[in-house]
Design a protein around this ligand. Structure first.
Ligand code: NAI
Ligand code: HPV
Length: 656
């Protein structure tokens, strides 16, 4: 059970029965996601059967479009049968720093790639509104201004490397922009560079090299220190840190490590003892930094911590300049507390030419070269290109930084429930008429499976989307759903109830309850006083199965009229006739009641949106006690993957 905290604000739904054409109700999913006008879709067809002749390309027919928009199952079927490939405009991918060719080739095969290096912050902001993806290394600052300037077009930022401290993650999340990185391919390169700096620092390689080039021969000045038998403290025992530790052990060093989050058995496996921060500082002859830069680690090496170090310690930093207070390091070098430092990274990159730290005779520097080997750069380029293309296709990336990981098997199993969840959210909010605004939403999932086996994050996000999107300008996806809900003061709690149903299906039913709000359809209010609706997936199609205390069975498509009436013969005919007279086609009708000849409700699915006159006429039927019109869907073709990052345009074989 999870709940997000609420704040003082609340959202107030305002619904009118404004007239909407049926065409607008069928606008494409993509326009629905990004509030843009639907674009005409053309499809390229090719057949698995070579004898089958197909036109090279044509514009999608209305019926096919409707089918595509109406059912996920239909989409898959058409794609499988016809090998449908979208030829809608390709995404634009901006690469703002040098990227390996192999990665560029992957990107070019998918989208329009623009490599624009050394853009000023202003030029980046100007360009970004035309870009669907941005790929950066450590040199590009992806600030809030960039996300603001993107105006909702930017869907993914790919960091071709590990550190994402140059990306404003909070802003990315608020704008629903996915951030992915490439955390694996440069690990060894960074570790090797750490070892290179360690050894060259200990033997004064760069200083000696410079002196010979300056015409000197200073053998006694550059006597070094040995590594063997010395204690190295690895600060941050992650991917790079553990590789450094392995290599340092090979050099005969005694390696200890400090990492508050590293499992002890991982360290033991490398023959490394995990120690406290202070113990590491007090014991080490050499300290190598391998933690991320974040608010906790910012300037973690400062006057106070240098004072705790063994006099004459030598420091290597291939992590991030910002973990060291650079002015404090200069003081520590001047006082001899730190004998030497070897730095690949700096608070400001490039550092000022007259930087005391860089110019210090006991400091060896390289210009952020940790990841710069041919091999690492090709690897990183492929890793990030695949992650970005996957994200643009709507797949959840294994390296997503600001979105929960949902394994693809879970995603495909939950797909029809994702559609149901969105529709229930949207229906529930339409039932609200007043009160102090929606503050509290309870979601109850009934499932035969163990509650711990049920990953409901995407469902919760989808219900949130359904509730918030119609009443705000926010574009909501898996990246920003929780954030937006919190911001709107919406407290969402979840309950998982074990149901007596088949464990073959992940979920039996989803119930959405909104408390402390009035309903414009009193029958939707349960005995407990909250607006309550419940839905199930039947044969892959979402159904509304309960409204308040009334059981119904309505397939969730198009528009839905709910009527509460005195349970008596002839009601279906009367309402059906009125709709028929107004040329409104009924596609299904379901009646639910509490008990015989008491009250009942009718759920009537209609293809066209009924006009006000027809609804008023229904309201005038003496036995009808109340009625309401609900818009179930404008475009129902929801793919979980597309919801995850959204998009104004679709690309690739999975697109419509
Ligand atoms: N100079 C360069 O070109 C490169 C630099 N890097 C940098 O190296 C660092 C490490 O990268 P990876 O090993 O790939 O990341 P990682 O995420 O695998 O490892 C980081 C480790 O730091 C630990 N950590 C977090 N807070 C800590 C703290 N307060 N004290 C001690 N440990 C802490 C984490 O638990 C984690 O185990 C990052 O800052 C990254 O940006 C990485 C690649 C190349
Ligand atoms: O991967 C990292 O964290 C790095 O620091 C590498 O940075 P770069 O891609 O070489 O600018």
């Amino acid at each position: 059970m999870a709940a997000s905290s609420s704040s003082s604000s609340s959202i107030k739904p305002i619904f009118t029965t404004r007239s909407k054409s049926s065409n607008s109700s069928k606008s494409s999913l993509l326009s629905f996601l990004h509030n843009t006008k639907p674009k005409p879709i053309s499809l390229k067809f090719s057949s698995h059967n070579s004898n089958y002749t197909t036109p090279p390309s044509f514009t999608i027919s209305n019926s096919l479009q409707t089918a595509l928009e109406t059912s996920e199952l239909h989409v898959s079927k058409f794609q499988d049968d016809l090998n449908v490939q979208a030829v809608t405009p390709k995404p634009t991918i901006l690469v703002s720093e040098k990227l390996g060719e192999a990665g560029l080739a992957i990107l070019r095969s998918f989208g329009n790639v623009e490599c624009l290096y050394d853009l000023s912050p202003e030029a980046l902001c100007e360009k970004i509104s035309q870009c669907d993806a941005l790929i950066v290394r450590s040199g590009t600052k992806v600030t809030r201004s960039v996300f603001e300037a993107a105006n909702g077009k930017l869907k993914v930022v790919g960091r071709a490397g590990v550190g994402i401290d140059n990306v404003d993650l909070q802003a990315a999340t608020e704008f629903g922009c996915l951030v992915v990185n490439a955390p694996i391919a440069n690990t060894v390169a960074a570790a090797e560079h750490g070892i290179a700096l360690l050894a060259s620092m200990a033997r004064n390689v760069s200083q000696a090299d410079a002196s010979i080039k300056a015409g000197k021969w200073l053998r006694s000045k550059y006597v070094g220190v040995s590594l063997v038998g010395k204690t190295l403290a690895v600060m941050g025992f992650g991917k790079v840190g553990s590789e450094v530790a392995r290599r340092a052990k090979g050099l005969g060093m005694n390696v200890i490590a400090h990492d508050p989050y590293a499992p002890a058995d991982k360290a033991r496996a490398v023959g490394v003892e995990l120690v406290s921060f202070d113990q590491a500082l007090a014991t080490a002859d050499f300290i190598s930094l391998h933690m991320p830069l974040n608010p906790t680690t910012s300037k973690i090496f400062n006057d106070e911590t240098f004072a705790k170090m063994k006099k004459g310690v030598r420091i290597v930093n291939v992590a991030r300049g910002g973990v060291i207070d650079e002015e404090a390091l200069v003081r520590a070098l001047d006082s001899g507390v730190v004998a030497q430092a070897a730095l690949d990274v700096f608070t400001e990159e490039p550092p000022a030419k007259d930087s005391k730290l860089v110019q210090h005779e006991n400091v060896t520097v390289t210009p952020h070269l940790g990841a710069s080997t041919k091999e690492a750069q090709e690897g990183v380029a492929i890793e990030i290109a695949e992650a970005v293309v996957g994200a643009l296709r709507g797949e959840l990336s294994a390296t997503a930084i600001n979105a929960p990981m949902v394994p693809s098997e879970v995603l495909s199993e939950l797909a029809p429930y994702v559609v149901l969840a969105k529709k229930l959210g949207r229906l529930a909010v339409q039932l609200v008429s007043g009160g102090s605004g929606i503050k509290s939403v309870k979601l109850i999932y009934r499932s035969a499976r163990d509650p711990d086996d049920l990953d409901t994050r995407i469902l919760r996000a989808m219900i949130t989307k359904g509730i918030i999107e119609p009443i705000s300008a926010s574009f909501i996806n898996l990246v920003n759903a929780d954030f937006t809900a919190k911001q709107k003061g919406l407290r969402i709690s979840e309950e998982r109830v074990v149901a007596d149903s088949s464990p073959e299906f992940p979920i039996d039913s989803i119930q959405v309850q909104l408390s402390n709000v009035d309903s414009k359809f009193a029958a939707a209010v349960s005995e407990n006083g909250e607006i309550s609706i419940e839905g199930k997936v039947k044969f892959g199609i979402p159904h509304l199965t309960r409204v308040g205390s009334f059981g119904v069975d309505a397939s969730l498509e198009g528009n839905l009229i709910l009527c509460r009436q005195v349970d008596q013969p002839g009601m279906i005919g009367k309402v059906g006739n009125i709709l028929g007279e107004h040329n409104v086609n009924v596609n299904f009708m379901s009646v639910g009641r509490t008990f015989r000849r008491n009250h009942g409700i009718m759920a009537i699915g209609v293809d066209e949106e009924p006009n006000q006159d027809s609804l008023k006429e229904i309201g005038k039927v003496p036995a009808i006690e109340e009625y309401t019109l609900l818009h179930v869907s404008y475009s129902v073709r929801l793919r979980a993957w597309r919801f995850i990052i959204g998009g104004a345009t679709s690309w690739g074989p999975q697109s419509c």
